[in-house]
Write a protein that binds this ligand. Sequence first.
Ligand code: PMM
Length: 290
Amino acid sequence: MSNSRAQVTGLPRWDRCAVMGVVNVTPDSFSDGGRWFDAESAVKRGLDLVAQGADLVDVGGESTRPGATRVDEAEELRRVVPVVRELAAEGVIVSVDTMRASVAERSLAVGARLVNDVSGGRADPGMVPLVAEATVPFVVMHWRGQSIDMNERAVYADVVGEVVDELRRAIDAAVAGGIDPGRVIADPGLGFAKRAEHDLALVAAMDRLLAGLGGRPLLIAASRKRFLGRVLAGDDPDAAPPPARERDAATAAVSALAARAGAWAVRVHEVRASADAVRVARAVEEAAVR
Ligand code: PMM
């Protein structure tokens, strides 16, 4: 598995599933909103995540939790750019999590190395041309529309088949727009226009996702999401799920599964457990080929 793990042009070659740590510079993200809202604590958080084993750090300034309304552009720039600049200056590989070409452009100018767009280039027509011109890696996530009403679009007859088809179309559009196919990373978008059973079906089918996407690098972002809360709440439908911050062990379990399935990276809020998980998965892979 390790030898066949897809790599991304323009990024280091990790010999295992990489770990992307998350810093949300937002007051309202479901998982860590408000915790790193000023630039100084966001930078410190990013550096802590690297110390805990993150290979790269994803910086975002807009919450995409279900029902969220959009932040305005000036505010998103204000939140994100100083944090990207400072982390990049410290030598961190920074990814910018944005749907806006302007935010991506300013972030790349101050040292971001890749663009993570949850809309896969569909929210802003300027995004694909910008990323093509910048020749940087681009995360294309499965997306059916803005967060405000995405839960209404969580309707599937065959979630794995539909996510593969829709992701392939978004990737084809990005490549047709000039983005180097070797720089495209695919992401099934867990929790985006998906119910818990859809997310679980996608996690169960990571090998099918990889095959359906032609072995392209796959990013899995399960961290603290609702479907894990549902699993941890147990069989009683009325039981309250544990809060987002109590879902890190469950997140690490998915990280181990993703690494073992051959994912390129996992995107997580709490890095240490997932860094351990991907290293264990790597050791298991090595043991299996002996
Ligand atoms: N999920 C969130 C934000 N950004 N980016 C990618 N590529 N994939 C995701 O699933 C994803 C994302 C949701 O919010 P969070 O930052 O609190 O996890």
